[in-house]
Design a protein around this ligand. Structure first.
Ligand SMILES: Cc1cn([C@H]2C[C@H](O)[C@@H](COP(=O)(O)OP(=O)(O)O[C@H]3O[C@@H](C)C(=O)[C@@H](O)[C@H]3O)O2)c(=O)[nH]c1=O
Length: 188
């Protein structure tokens, strides 16, 4: 297993060991003790799985606030995504900075998204399936989102007219999300 620290503190790319043979491959896509030994001391309690049928679907940018904030461990088992992580911690030296990673089926890479970051992705192929583990349960009241094309973030998505959910179409820009959370300093 290899772990690469990416440019935003705490965001890691994890490459598990993969055993190839004449039948295909085998990999331990998650093994609690090995991941703990590698410094990923997170108690994952929920697994999520999404299918996006078309190329050019954007899901995001999403996060949960307060006690419901989630660490996510993201991987792709069919298709490919342009995966984006944005630092939304106001006190962080990298506040509003984002990074992207292409995750695709067959490369087995996983992206660790810490609490305090918004997450979203764009599908690069049809029928893309994303699996991710989270360390807090889904909480509809605590979920928030940022509009994918927020000009203050300047994310260079690989397309201009994505397929979005009705919810994601209506998301506010980061500045408005932060004003809404103003009363709750430190919530991220
Ligand atoms: C995320 C989530 C959604 N749902 C439900 C709510 C809704 O009816 C349906 C679809 O939800 P959404 O439209 O929010 O799904 P989606 O847009 O795929 O949301 C996901 O996007 C990516 C980028 C993330 O980072 C995730 O944390 C999550 O926010 O599934 C759950 O029951 N549990 C969950 O954990």
């Amino acid at each position: 297993m290899e772990i690469k620290e990416l440019e935003l503190e705490g965001v890691k790319l994890i490459k598990p060991t993969v055993f190839q043979d004449n039948r295909g491959f085998f990999t331990e896509s998650y093994q609690r003790d090995a991941w703990l030994d590698a410094g990923i001391t997170i108690d994952f309690i929920q697994d999520n799985h999404s299918l996006s049928c078309e190329t050019g679907v954007i899901r995001g940018l999403h996060f949960q606030v307060g006690e419901a904030a989630q660490t996510k461990l993201v991987r792709v088992i069919a298709g490919a995504i342009f995966d984006v992580v944005v630092d939304i911690r106001k006190e962080s030296p990298t506040f509003k900075k984002w990074i992207s990673v292409v995750l695709k089926a067959g490369d087995h890479n996983q992206l660790l998204v810490p609490k305090g970051f918004a997450h979203g992705f764009c599908t690069l192929q049809p029928n893309t399936e994303v699996l991710y583990k989270v360390d807090q349960l889904y909480n509809r009241d605590k979920e928030r989102g940022i509009y994918w094309a927020d000009p203050s973030l300047n994310i260079t998505w690989p397309l201009e007219n994505p397929v979005l959910s009705g919810k994601d179409e209506q998301l506010p820009i980061l500045e408005d999300v932060l004003s809404e959370l103003h009363e709750r300093e430190g919530i991220l």
